[in-house]
Write a protein that binds this ligand. Structure first.
Ligand SMILES: [Zn+2]
Length: 84
């Protein structure tokens, strides 16, 4: 049996993440610190697919942020080299 496909959207809302499930029409709020999700699954099992998804996205955001900082550092180094 093939698992039912669901369309989930994750939005960073500043103090956490909003996960919208378009297939079910539900919406949950996820925070990583402290680890929490407002869905029933998390209340019972302390884990859910929303948290897994937010963790993946948060990790991706962190890497992108790192890349941006690296990019700025490289540009500054080049500026210094030009001034030399
Ligand atoms: Zn959840």
């Amino acid at each position: 049996m093939k698992a039912k496909e669901e369309t989930l959207m994750v939005e960073n809302i500043g103090n956490g993440y909003r996960v919208t499930n378009f297939t079910k029409g539900s919406e949950y709020k996820v925070t990583l610190v402290p680890l929490n999700c407002t869905c029933p699954s998390f209340k019972f099992r302390r884990q859910c697919k929303h948290i897994d998804m937010v963790k993946r996205i948060a990790e991706k955001e962190r890497k992108e942020e790192e890349q941006r900082h690296k990019g700025i550092a490289v540009e500054r180094t080049e500026d210094l080299l030009v001034l030399d």
